[in-house]
Write a protein that binds this ligand. Structure first.
Ligand code: ZN
Length: 125
């Protein structure tokens, strides 16, 4: 399948204007691996997004930090949000996000996200 770089609509052709938004569906030339993974965080295919979140964390990609935080806040998919938070902590460390993590740990927005935040704040448990 061919996903539009701009709006993620599925297109029949691998190049040319998107059937949904009209922009060229190809990704811009010279996109780095990290940038491709950041793009994939918003992918409609949740498995792809989840894998991208995991890899960005293992790469310690600092460029991905804002996009990962966005994925946690958006909460579109609790599995993705939890994985994005795990990666964000791996990249930036607990101290950088402590007040926010405390907030996430206290809130019951998503059990999976709260759980990741609690484990990061209290690794002994
Ligand atoms: Zn499009």
């Amino acid at each position: 399948m061919n996903w539009c770089f701009h709006c993620y609509a599925v297109n029949r052709d691998p190049s040319g204007p998107c059937v949904h938004c009209g922009a060229p569906i190809e990704s811009p030339a010279g996109l780095s691996y990290d940038q491709q993974l950041i793009w994939t965080l918003d992918h409609p295919d949740g498995d792809r997004a989840l894998t991208a979140a995991r890899i960005l964390g293992s790469l310690r990609s600092r460029d991905a930090s804002p996009a990962l935080r966005e994925a946690v806040i958006a909460g579109r998919d609790p599995f993705l949000a939890a994985e994005a938070l795990r990666s964000l902590i791996a990249i930036d460390g607990v101290e950088r996000w402590r007040p926010w993590l405390e907030q996430l740990a206290a809130e019951d927005v998503s059990f999976m996200v709260s759980d990741v935040a609690r484990r990061a704040l209290h690794p002994q448990h």
